[in-house]
Design a protein around this ligand. Structure first.
Ligand code: F6R
Length: 613
């Protein structure tokens, strides 16, 4: 959601910023813009549409400048058009700003500024903020750094901002609250971005700005950081570990397909070092100090959104089944606003790929305020959620660029499995032989994911058969009910086909009315668990003429006779099936979306990192 890129140095800022914006395209956006300066005037170029539209528009314009800030905007206040695109400038044109987030009290500030004679040219909250900074700077006769700090004291909402000033090509001011910002430190040059992907090819030394901090980034000086309440902070320099390869397509037509095919290695990376090769015990370094709290937990409350919420539902089955701990899985957006009851010995566990989802972050903050232990499962190292939590486990899936989450989901489920096994072992709620079996199967899971990916060709055929339908139903039971929900979400978000996931038995209570010869039904019918019951549900679908695509265990005969298409997964314990059954569903969505001509990596209206509520 919205991307920020900035550069100060002795190089041409334009190509660096454009490339950075392209690297952030995966976050989702609907307009793009850039502000550049050589020291005197600020040139602002902006355009509705993609970064390529901006480049086309800018081709015959002045693009000179060694300082610049660029932005991709995902519309919140005001439609996506050129006038609402960022950067925005102050009334006198001397300041330019880019902003991620929402200024919630922009309306009252706008009215106050209008009374003082300010005129606005866009519908955005961001333009109001830069006018406020201008007003305070003129009124207080202070430097930009101080004016930004003072202005942010007047603001309610979430933001990551970068502000530059006419006549100063050495410096910009940045600040964050609720939306991420990373500053890259080069040799007499600085970079700034919403995440590390635009920075990685220039420097590995970065500073993550904390919530409520304002930074003066001057290319001839060390970073100066203060809180908005004027307390000086020492910047902490992190070293980035991601590689450039991991954020490029590597020969695949789309990031999503690359990420689906990366799953054997990403799952392996998630498990790496977490199963002792000799003792076969699970070790989760990040949770070591919390083992006692986890074994004594009365309840685990999982908070998450979207796909991560589906992973949380699988976590519920795992923790209850293996570790015998009651679990509630909450949409973070609901949890945060309903005065939840959190008791002593409850643990709140957030799951988030990006580690920046605004609702999940707010849910965790609320849980922290209520005195709960807060843990996290995140993919992005150093993200806001990772830093807020008391402890946690990284998924190590590597950067996920495709907007639709694939490898992040699988690795979240892998971490939840390890956690459940670890707690179960500590509590003695699992027999040694069951534990050992599951560990052996986990050690083979990467090879089995690889085997499932071999169904690629068959799944493409299934996609060709169903690409033009209007609706899809996904059914599963037990551990595979959340997989059905995830399969349906994946299809609707990238192909725009309406799809619903249901517990298979629940079908009789309503959705069965939808079934006719036109309706494809994807059913997860693996051996173990409720196999016979799912077979009965399949019979009910068949009796009404529905067309069946079944995910079954290798060697299955019964379902094969009933289903129109059958995709096999290797045999494994029921608890581990989601790690395999979700893969054909990802591929099915991918191929259907490609065949329908959809933009799979950047589906309409969606953003990768939802940093507004
Ligand atoms: C779906 C998808 C979203 C995210 C959701 C939470 O494919 O990607 O539903 O799962 O926005 O994002 P994170 O996990 O970053 O908190």
């Amino acid at each position: 959601m919205c991307g920020i890129v900035g550069y100060i140095g002795d190089k041409d800022a334009y190509p660096i910023i454009i490339k950075g914006l392209q690297r952030l395209e995966y976050r989702g956006y609907d307009s793009a813009g850039i502000a550049l300066s050589q020291g005197s005037d600020i040139t602002i170029l902006k355009q509705k549409g993609k970064v390529s539209d901006l480049e086309e528009y800018a081709a015959d314009k002045n693009r000179k400048g060694t300082i610049g800030i660029g932005h991709t905007r995902w519309a919140t206040h005001g439609v996506p058009n050129q006038k609402n695109a960022h950067p925005h400038s102050s009334g006198d044109g001397k300041l330019a700003i880019i902003h991620n987030g929402i200024i919630e009290n922009y309306d009252s500030i706008k009215r106050m500024l209008s009374e003082k004679g300010h005129e606005f040219t866009s519908d955005t909250d961001t333009e109001v903020l830069i006018h406020l900074i201008e007003e305070i700077k003129n009124h207080e006769q202070c430097k930009l750094f101080e004016a930004v700090r003072l202005s942010l004291n007047e603001v309610i909402g979430a933001y990551a901002i970068v502000v530059m000033e006419e006549g100063n090509k050495e410096e910009f001011i940045a600040a964050r609250k609720g939306s991420p910002l990373v500053i890259g430190i080069g040799a007499e040059e600085y970079f700034i971005a919403s995440d590390a992907t635009p920075i990685i090819e220039y420097t590995r030394d970065v500073v993550y700005l904390e919530d409520g901090e304002v930074a003066r980034v001057n290319r001839n000086e060390k970073l100066e950081i203060k809180t908005i309440s004027n307390i000086r902070k020492n910047p902490y320099i992190h070293e980035l570990e991601m590689s450039l390869d991991s954020i490029e397509k590597g020969g695949y037509p789309h990031f999503m397909l690359k990420e689906i095919f990366e799953q054997p290695s990403s799952v392996l990376d998630t498990l790496r070092g977490r199963i002792n090769p000799e003792t076969k015990e699970v070790k989760l370094g990040g949770l070591m100090d919390y083992e006692q709290k986890l074994t004594k937990a009365n309840r685990i409350i999982i908070v998450a959104c979207g796909t991560s919420w589906h992973a949380g539902l699988i976590g519920e089955y795992l923790f209850e089944d293996l570790a015998r701990i009651p679990v509630e899985v909450e949409y973070a957006s609901e949890f945060r606003y309903r005065n939840p009851i959190i008791k002593e010995n409850d643990i709140v566990l957030a799951i988030s790929q990006s580690g920046e989802t605004a609702d999940t972050l707010a849910a965790l903050e609320l849980a922290k305020e209520k005195g709960s232990t807060i843990l996290g499962i995140c993919n992005v190292v150093g993200s806001s959620i990772a830093r807020l939590t008391d402890a946690g486990v990284y998924t190590h899936a590597g950067p996920e660029i495709g907007v639709a989450s694939t490898k992040a989901f699988t690795t979240q489920v892998a971490v939840l499995t390890l956690m459940a096994l670890k707690i179960a072992r500590l509590k003695g709620t699992i027999t040694t032989s069951n534990f050992r079996n599951m560990i052996t199967e986990l050690e083979m899971i990467s090879d089995n994911v690889e085997k499932v990916l071999k169904s690629n060709k068959l799944i493409k055929e299934v996609a060709a058969e169903f690409k033009n339908v209007q609706n899809f139903l996904y059914l599963g039971r037990g551990y595979n009910f959340p997989v059905a929900l995830e399969g349906a979400l994946k299809l609707k978000e990238i192909s725009y086909i309406h799809a619903e996931g249901y517990p298979a038995a629940e079908m009789k209570h309503g959705p069965i009315a939808l079934i006719d010869e036109e309706m494809p039904i994807v059913v997860i019918a693996t051996k173990m668990g409720n196999y016979e019951k799912v077979v009965s549900n399949i019979q009910e679908v068949k009796a009404r003429g529905g067309r069946l695509i079944a995910i079954v265990t290798e060697g299955d005969i019964t379902v094969k006779e009933l289903a129109d298409y059958v995709i096999e997964i290797p045999e494994c314990s029921e608890q581990l099936t989601p790690l395999l059954t979700n893969i054909p569903l990802q591929l099915l969505s991918y191929y259907i979306a490609v065949m329908r001509g959809c933009n799979v990596d950047q589906p309409r209206n969606l953003a990768k990192s939802v940093t507004v509520e």
